[in-house]
Design a protein around this ligand. Structure first.
Ligand SMILES: [Zn+2]
Length: 136
């Protein structure tokens, strides 16, 4: 499902296999079906915030193993959820990346960004260089 190498490594780990079993035994019915009034056995565990949205390995690990980020679903609901997330998920990743760049800029120049920014070239969330130098 994901091509992220950290995700791939973690999804095959013993820690994940065990957590996945624990989540499904704690919540044996698909939560999405249950919300719609159906009773379906949960067979898969879904990450509410996709693991690959983590910026570094530590954040990915947190998203991967945080029980609050997990929900037990049936196969059909898992597929449906990912289809719905497709477009909006990509936008969310882009937005987070751009917020990350803003945070780096703030950290670099101090907290006050309301003044005219000093010159410099930065990469935006999509890796495109942004020149902060103002042209007169
Ligand atoms: Zn379901």
């Amino acid at each position: 499902m994901s091509r992220d190498p950290d995700y791939k490594r973690m999804i095959h780990s013993a820690r994940w296999q065990k957590l996945r079993r624990d989540i499904i035994s704690a919540s044996p019915l698909c939560e999405r079906c249950r919300a719609e009034g159906y009773v379906t056995a949960a067979t898969e565990v879904h990450h509410r915030i996709p693991v690959e949205q983590g910026f570094n390995r530590m954040e990915k690990k947190r998203l991967m193993f945080d029980p609050h980020n997990l929900v037990a679903l049936c196969r059909a609901c898992h597929v449906k959820t990912h289809t719905e997330m497709g477009r909006s998920g990509k936008d969310a990743t882009r937005k987070r990346n751009s917020e990350h760049v803003q945070a780096v800029i703030r950290r670099f120049y101090g907290s006050d960004t309301s003044d005219e920014p000093p010159g410099g070239v930065f990469l935006n969330g999509e890796g495109v260089p942004v020149n902060l130098t103002r042209t007169p």
